[in-house]
Design a protein around this ligand. Structure first.
Ligand SMILES: [Zn+2]
Length: 414
């Protein structure tokens, strides 16, 4: 049995790698094609060449880093690296929770260290070359250290709690673990902006002035409170622009990047804001949270059925089964399920984007949003002609052309 599980794990890793690379290949093959009529004028010739070069460079880098991490992961399974780290952990402590913390601590830390050269190259070579990078080496190191600290506290804390629950409740483990994770998820969804984001960025209320007045007018009209709107200093790391809606209830907020405000006119900014308010009005954050809670419940239930079996641990070369080794094996076995769920989540997300666009078009101006989206794509050197299959699997937002076509419907109604 454990032999079969071993080969299933290897097959999943290989198939996943092949699918990703195939989709990537399709995307690149579509490059160089002329921009569709509706998209002409977004890039001039020179910018388009720059965008294509940027995409090509990212593609090459993606193949290199993806293959590297695939080979390392494969080696960890084939050469029983997890069993080795497991034995190291147990040689230090005989306490199950401490051993699990040590086990994942070593794996995560090692994987992060291996990832540093890639992340350095991405930030200081590729992003730098195309004029996006604003990250200094000091910010880079500080981000890394803060990330580790957060992972240790939050990740380590959750892991310890789950194993503790497992030890105490055996049969109904998944129910209690589900409750614990749900409470934590709801807490994080509410307080992410006020607890985690400030560790990395500054968020300030909108400054007085023409923009604030325009936003106030619109926000009042659709019933959104102005003090829930913040500006974040995204320019600390990159010139790329963005905006997002987060949290719910009293903790909801819309965050606009300072880079977005710099590059767009008032009309366009209000249109982007209207889109984000659309997400709020249609309760998209709440919907996403509820779906993820249901998914977590299903995952924990299946996990609880398998974790007591010794086959999971033995597939990874560990004779005496334990919780954290079971987690690693299950993590891979569950990947196909989460792959399929991911497709549905992306479909839902794209549908939500259309809804938010429609809200902005109906309550503000379709033309202003269209112009804002074009500007965003242009400034971020986005791929305007992704392969439909790549979009189907990977895109959480519809491609620009489809969003513009959708917005056109509202213009004609005016
Ligand atoms: Zn959106």
């Amino acid at each position: 049995m454990y032999n079969t599980i071993f080969w299933i794990i290897i097959a999943i890793l290989v198939i996943d790698f092949l699918i990703e690379n195939f989709l990537d290949y399709l995307n690149v093959k579509k490059m160089g094609s002329r921009l569709p009529k509706a998209l002409e004028g977004i890039y001039d010739q020179e910018e388009y060449a720059k965008q294509q070069a940027y995409q090509r460079e990212n593609h090459r880098f993606g193949i290199f880093s993806g293959t590297f991490s695939f080979l390392i992961t494969l080696a960890m399974f084939v050469l029983f690296g997890f069993a080795f780290v497991d034995s190291v952990a147990w040689s230090v402590t005989s306490h199950a929770i401490l051993a699990a913390l040590l086990f994942f601590g070593i794996i995560m830390f090692a994987s992060d260290i291996l990832g540093i050269p890639f992340s350095l190259y991405d930030t200081f070579v590729i992003e730098e070359k195309f004029g996006f990078n604003k990250t200094t080496p000091k910010i880079f190191v500080a981000d890394l250290l803060k990330g580790w600290l957060l992972a240790a506290i939050i990740g380590g804390g959750l892991l310890a709690l789950i194993i503790f629950i497992y030890q105490k409740t055996q049969n109904l483990f998944w129910v209690y673990a589900w409750i614990a994770i749900s409470v934590f998820s709801i807490f994080m969804a509410m307080f992410y902006s006020s607890l985690i984001v400030p560790l990395f960025n500054k968020q300030t209320p909108l400054e007085e002035g023409e923009l604030r007045d325009a936003i106030r007018n619109f926000a009042e009209k659709v019933g959104f409170r102005l003090d829930n709107i913040f500006v974040i200093n995204g320019s600390k790391r990159s010139t790329k622009a963005n905006a997002y809606f987060t949290g719910f209830g009293a903790k909801k907020r819309i965050v606009l990047y300072d880079t977005l405000i710099e590059e767009m006119n008032t009309d366009e900014i209000v249109a982007v804001l209207a889109h984000e308010i659309g997400h709020y009005k249609k309760k998209h954050v709440l919907q996403g949270l509820l779906i993820s809670l249901v998914q977590t419940g299903i995952l924990l239930f299946i996990f609880s059925l398998l974790i007591s079996s010794s086959s999971l641990s033995r597939a990874l070369g560990v004779e005496t089964p334990n919780f954290h080794i079971g987690m690693v094996a299950f993590g891979i076995l569950y990947a196909p399920v989460s792959f399929v769920l991911g497709i549905f989540m992306n479909m839902l997300s794209r549908k939500n984007e259309y809804q938010a666009d429609a809200f902005a078009a109906k309550h503000y101006k379709p033309g202003a949003l269209a112009s804002a989206l074009k500007k965003l794509s242009q400034k971020n050197l986005s791929n305007l002609t992704p392969h439909p299959l790549y979009v189907f699997f990977n895109y959480s937002h519809p491609p620009l052309l489809e969003r513009l076509t959708h917005l056109k419907n509202f213009e004609q109604q005016d």
